[in-house]
Ligand binder design. Structure first.
Ligand code: GDP
Length: 364
C-alpha cells in the first residue's frame, strides 16, 4: 500500500493529527479494524462515497475500502541531519514513505511552546527542508566515494549513478530539493534507487484553530502562496477538530462538520490531496459477496490493474468487463448497465479510468 509520512517540527500538532486520523470511525471501517503496526504507524481506510454507493446498489455483504498507511515521524529539530535528537531514526523513516505530509503550525497559542519562539510556518517549512537537503548531500557524498572504483572501471550502472548524483548535488548545493531536477525517462529507475529524501512529493498541512478550519487564516494563506510557488499542494486542517471527530460516530461527525461549515473531514481531504499528489486513482470490483476499492497509479493498463488483486490475474489476463462509475450508478445495477449496452469488453491496452467497475477474465 501507499505510505504517507507525517513530519513537522515539535509541537505543531503531528501527534494530535495522527491519533485523530487513525481513530476515526471512517478510518476503522468495518472489516479491517484500524491496526497499529507500530505505535507510530496507522493503517487507515480510504473514505470513498462511491464505494458505499456501489455496495448499496449491489447489496454486497462486505465493503472493503482501499488502505493508506500513515507514519508519524518523530519530531525533527534543527540539526537532525547531524544525528541530533531523533534525527537518524527520522531520516530512516522518511526514506520508506511515498509522500510527505508536512504539518505546519498555523495557530497562535501562548500555552503551546514553539521551538523557535515564534509562529512562522514558512520559516518552519524551510527549516525542515534544509535538514532534508543536508541529509541528501551527506548521503550522496558517501555514495560517490563508494562507487569511485567502479566508475573508474567503466561500470555502466555506476557511471549513470554518478551522473545522476552529481545532478542532484548541483541542485542541493543551490538550496533546492532534488525534486527540482528534471530527469530523463531512461534515468528514472536509477534516479528512484537513489532514494533521496527531497525527491518525495510534499503536501503541506496547515494546522489551524477550530474557528479557522473553514476559511483558513493569514498564516495558512502564506503557506498556500509558498506551496503554489513550489508546485506543491496544501490542505487546511484543524487537528483539534479531527480529534473531536475521532470520538464521534459517522452521523454525529457529519453533523459536527456542517455546524463548522465544513463539507468533509480532514482525513478525507488529506487522503484526496495525497492521491492527487501521488497520481493515484481507484477502481472497483463489485459483487454480492463484496464491493472493494483498489488503488492504482493513473495511466495503469488493465492487466497491471488486475495484478494489484493477484499476480495470476495479470499473467493470464484475457479481458476486463468494464462499466464506468457514472454508467453503473445511472443504470442502478450491473445487469441493467449491461442491458443498456454500458458494459464494455476492454483488452490489454486499456487504460483504466478512475471509478471504473471492473470484472477480470483470465486464464489460470
Ligand atoms: P507534535 O509535537 O507535533 O506531535 O504536536 P502535538 O500533536 O503533541 O501538539 C502539541 C500541542 O499543541 C498539544 O498540546 C496540542 O493539544 C496542541 N495543538 C495541536 N493542534 C492545535 C491547534 O490547532 N490549536 C491549538 N491551540 N493547539 C493545538
Amino acid at each position: 500500500g501507499f505510505r504517507m509520512g507525517i513530519v513537522g517540527l515539535p509541537n505543531v500538532g503531528k501527534s494530535t493529527l495522527f491519533n485523530a486520523l487513525t481513530r476515526t470511525a471512517a478510518a476503522q471501517a468495518a472489516n479491517f479494524p484500524f491496526c497499529t503496526i507500530e505505535p507510530n504507524v496507522g493503517d487507515v481506510a480510504v473514505p470513498d462515497a462511491r464505494l458505499d454507493q456501489l455496495a448499496a446498489m449491489a447489496k454486497s455483504k462486505q465493503t472493503i475500502p482501499a488502505r493508506m498507511t500513515f507514519v508519524d515521524i518523530a519530531g525533527l529539530v534543527k540539526g537532525a541531519s547531524k544525528g541530533e535528537g531523533l534525527g537518524n531514526q527520522f531520516l530512516a523513516n522518511i526514506r520508506e514513505v511515498d509522500a510527505i505530509a508536512h504539518v505546519l503550525r498555523c495557530f497562535e497559542d501562548e500555552d503551546v511552546t514553539h521551538v523557535d519562539g515564534r509562529v512562522d510556518p514558512v520559516a518552519d517549512a524551510e527549516t525542515i527542508e534544509t535538514e532534508l537537503i543536508i541529509a541528501d548531500m551527506e548521503s550522496i557524498e558517501k555514495r560517490l566515494q563508494n562507487i569511485v572504483r567502479k566508475v573508474r572501471g567503466g561500470d555502466k550502472e555506476a557511471v549513470q549513478q554518478e551522473r545522476l548524483m552529481k545532478a542532484a548535488m548541483a541542485a542541493l548545493e543551490e538550496g533546492k530539493p532534488a525534486r527540482s531536477v528534471e530527469v530523463a525517462e531512461d534515468d528514472l529507475k536509477a534516479w528512484r534507487m537513489l532514494q533521496l529524501l527531497t525527491t518525495k512529493p510534499v503536501l503541506y498541512v496547515c494546522n489551524v484553530d477550530e474557528g479557522d478550519a473553514a476559511e483558513g487564516n493569514a498564516l495558512s494563506a502564506r503557506v498556500a502562496e509558498m506551496a503554489a510557488a513550489q508546485g506543491n499542494s496544501h490542505v487546511v486542517i484543524s487537528a483539534q477538530i479531527e480529534e473531536e471527530i475521532s470520538q464521534l460516530d459517522a452521523e454525529e461527525a457529519q453533523e459536527f462538520l456542517s455546524e463548522l461549515g465544513l463539507e468533509e473531514a480532514g482525513l478525507d481531504r488529506l487522503i484526496k490531496a495525497g492521491y492527487a499528489l501521488l497520481g493515484l486513482q481507484t477502481y472497483f470490483t463489485v459483487g454480492p459477496k463484496e464491493a472493494r476499492a483498489w488503488t492504482i497509479p493513473e495511466g495503469t493498463l488493465a492487466p497491471q490493474a488486475a495484478g494489484v488483486i493477484h499476480g495470476d490475474f495479470e499473467k493470464g489476463f484475457i479481458r476486463a468487463e468494464t462499466i464506468g462509475f457514472a454508467d453503473y450508478v445511472a443504470a442502478g445495477s450491473e445487469a441493467a448497465a449491461k442491458e443498456a449496452g454500458k458494459m464494455r469488453a476492454e483488452g490489454k491496452a486499456y487504460e483504466v479510468k478512475d471509478g471504473d467497475v471492473l470484472h477480470f477474465l483470465f486464464n489460470t
